[in-house]
Design a protein around this ligand. Structure first.
Ligand code: HEM
Ligand SMILES: *[C@@H]1O[C@H](CO)[C@@H](O)[C@H](O)[C@H]1NC(C)=O
Ligand SMILES: *[C@@H]1O[C@H](CO)[C@@H](O)[C@H](O)[C@H]1NC(C)=O
Length: 592
């Protein structure tokens, strides 16, 4: 067996060499400056992608908006955060910069023929049908499904608090994950996943949860997937999985089979309901985005419609994409636990909005339970500022990959210095070069966001009197790129006529262009609804627990490509994700 593994490894290394080596195009990037290649096998990747926040920001500070870094086996890649360069990557030349084959094919194998597995015309066609499904009108239509799920989260947390207003330490990360799953189930798919009822949670939700971790275990295989898919039939690929002495790989296959089966069930259930005129998606006569999507498919013109395989492919794609909100929810509660002043201000703003309705309805005593309309929820200025600022400073997805499919030129907003020390405002990108989009670096760019770019300061989004800056006709909530005209100088993220091409208030958190996050308005709604519900009734602070030496429990956010919160030693192992916060019922004194 060891021999098999060895031969496999050698063969693997050779193929990897062929795949990556051929693409590295080393000479073309000879003049772009960057750090030394630190390791033969991983280049600089072990630092970029492992607890790499300081390293990433440090590289950009030192070398500028385009940095040459070394990937696996010395492949030279570009770490890009310059606003003009990114405009080219995600908008202007988006036909040149594709997702890697590796990413697309792995996604196809695991999640089916959805948005994250397709490119070009097919992807365009899918977006054309799906963009309207995520419209503001449809967000309004699903908020009545979202609100009760957020209330259920509140009840579950309240049930963990002691009677009499005592404080309990609660790990908010799993709760953030459960509410996110139930919202995706209820409002997006129109099914109950029961994640907030741990003993009843459906297999579909459990499997989606497991799949990212399982995929990490077989990550080294990803470079081989395009080769395997192109060169071997499903039959032989299955045989290989059977033969290889690698249980993690078989687990991965099992999980993707389960996901496929679950997605097909959802699809047939929703299709039947639609055909029989039943629209009670989720304990009540409400619509889900899935039903809206199926209706759109039926009313679209023949050539705009998606095949059943494509529709089924969207189901797990939306679940895995939407799961990203989990870290954002945990992050915003962690920040508010740290920033007590901001927490009180937010609670007071929400109370005022709910109270205004409660007074009209004569239910002042129960103002916390008053539901806010979608339009009120999304336009509360401080709530909006808190959500924006959190998503700006701590983008849940920090790094995104693209590959140049042709030779191209990246023009720069701000010049960089070549290895020879000369200033340049353009970088030649040979075909095959991997581009790493630094969402983190873009959102921290001081030339765009100001000298306080590294600080969490929600006030940057507000006028001195507390109104929202950039409210109204501006770049917010728009998928198009002709927003220039609407943005006023002085709007955060817009300086001297320069801005990032991001869909969400110009920041890059949800990317821009035709592959921008389709669910960003949903993510915004979820964050705001969960905050409005929990902050009205609960108070959060950083964990107060100390060990016998008096060392206080400390949460630390690693940046491993994604954001991973951990508890530092001696209280934690520094690896397992968790966000333990002190939680108690809110008191009179917790309001401004
Ligand atoms: C705070 C939460 C979220 C963040 C930070 C986020 C971020 C992103 C980013 C950066 C991309 C581009 C990925 C790439 O091109 O490689 C993306 C794509 C995507 N996101 Fe999100 N997302 C979030 C929430 C959601 C939600 C709630 C949904 C669904 C309900 C969703 C569904 C998707 C899908 C389907 C794509 C692929 C779009 C395409 O390729 O056309 N995301 N997201
Ligand atoms: C095998 O896969 C490689 C890499 O994707 C591809 O270039 C090659 O054309 C494939 N060979 C065959 C016979 O399909
Ligand atoms: C969507 O449209 C395609 C093409 O007309 C059709 O084959 C498919 O059955 C439709 N799916 C649903 C669920 O309506």
């Amino acid at each position: 067996m060891t021999l098999v593994v060895w031969i496999g490894t050698l063969l693997g290394a050779f193929v990897l060499w062929q795949l990556v080596g051929r693409r590295s195009a080393p000479n073309g990037l000879a003049t772009v400056a960057g750090p030394q290649r630190e390791r033969w096998l991983t280049g600089n990747f072990h630092r970029l992608f492992k607890d790499g926040l300081e390293y990433n920001l440090g590289l950009i500070r030192q070398y500028g908006g385009v940095v040459k870094v070394y990937g696996p086996l010395g492949a030279q890649q570009l770490l890009v955060s310059d606003p003009r360069a990114l405009h080219h990557v995600v908008v202007k030349d988006q036909d040149v910069y594709h997702e890697t084959d590796m990413f697309l094919m792995t996604n196809h194998l695991i999640f089916g023929e959805g948005l994250i597995a397709t490119v070009g015309e097919q992807h365009k066609k899918q977006r054309k049908m799906l963009n309207p499904v995520f419209s503001l009108a449809n967000m309004r239509a699903v908020l009545p499904t979202v609100a009760p799920i957020a209330n259920k989260l509140l009840e579950r947390i309240q049930a963990q608090l002691s009677e009499g207003g005592g404080t309990a330490e609660i790990d908010v990360l799993p709760w953030a994950g459960r509410v996110t799953m139930d919202l995706l189930g209820g409002a997006v798919l129109g099914i109950s996943l029961d994640a907030l009822d741990p003993e009843k949670t459906k297999e579909h939700a459990l499997t989606i949860r497991k799949v990212s971790r399982a995929a990490l275990k077989v990550l080294v295989l990803r470079p081989f997937i395009p080769m395997a898919v192109r060169n071997f039939s499903l039959y032989w690929r299955n045989k290989m999985v059977d033969w290889l002495p690698w249980p993690a790989l078989r687990e991965m296959r099992e999980l993707s089979r389960t996901l496929d089966r679950c997605a097909r069930n959802v699809f047939h259930e929703k299709k039947d309901e639609l055909e029989n005129g039943i629209t009670n998606d989720y304990d009540g006569p409400r619509r889900s985005l899935m039903t809206i999507m199926l209706e759109a498919n039926q009313s679209g013109s023949e050539k705009e419609r998606l095949t059943d395989e494509e529709l089924i492919g969207q189901i797990n794609t939306l679940l895995i994409g939407g799961d990203t909100v989990t870290t954002a929810v945990a992050r915003v509660f962690w920040i508010l636990a740290r920033e007590q002043g901001a927490q009180a201000r937010l609670r007071s703003e929400i109370k005022k909005a709910k109270m205004a309705i409660a007074v009209d309805d004569g239910v002042e005593d129960e103002w916390e339970k008053v539901p806010l309309s979608y339009d009120t929820l999304v336009s509360l200025p401080y709530l909006d500022a808190v959500v924006r600022e959190t998503l700006r400073l701590y983008p849940p997805t920090s790094l995104i990959n693209r590959v140049a499919t042709k030779d191209a030129v990246l023009p720069l907003q701000d010049p960089i210095r070549t290895t020879a020390g000369e200033e340049t405002t353009a970088v030649h990108v040979p075909a095959g070069t991997n581009i790493i989009i630094s969402i983190l670096g873009s959102n921290h760019n001081k030339r765009i966001w100001g000298d306080d770019a590294d600080q969490w300061r929600p006030e940057r989004w507000l006028t001195a009197s507390g109104e929202r800056i950039g409210w109204g006709k501006n770049v917010d909530l728009a998928f198009d790129d002709d927003a220039e005209g609407h943005v006023a100088e002085g709007t955060p993220g817009y300086r001297n006529g320069v801005k990032y091409p991001g869909v969400y208030a110009t920041m890059m958190t949800f990317l821009g262009g035709s592959r921008a996050c389709i669910g960003f308005k949903f993510a915004e709604m979820e964050l705001k609804q969960v905050l409005a519900t929990l902050i009205s009734s609960l108070h959060f602070s950083l964990p107060s627990a100390t060990n016998e030496d008096g060392v206080r429990k400390e949460i630390y956010w690693r940046m491993d490509g994604l954001q991973v919160p951990v508890v530092l030693p001696p209280h934690g192992d520094g690896k397992s994700p968790s966000v333990p916060l002190d939680v108690r019922a809110a008191r009179e004194t917790d309001f401004l």
